[in-house]
Design a protein around this ligand. Structure first.
Ligand code: SF4
Length: 63
């Protein structure tokens, strides 16, 4: 299982990740992504959110 990373400097606040999995992703007052879980299961919805992010801010590093 890989590790989820979110680069807040790259995020454009599109909110696709929150719409895809609101248990793992949130947005701060500026709309920038915040991770709600440090080490979520990176299969399923989290991977779909990474794929849906239009800015490439989200990634999964395989270990
Ligand atoms: S989908 Fe990507 S750009 Fe949009 S809020 Fe989430 S991390 Fe940021």
């Amino acid at each position: 299982m890989g590790a989820l990373r979110a680069d807040r400097g790259v995020c454009i606040g599109a909110g696709m990740c929150v719409m895809t999995d609101s248990a793992v992703f949130d947005q701060d007052d500026d709309g920038i992504v915040v991770l709600l879980e440090e080490d979520p299961d990176t299969d399923g919805k989290v991977r779909a959110a990474v794929d849906a992010c239009p800015s490439g801010a989200l990634s999964i590093t395989e270990d």
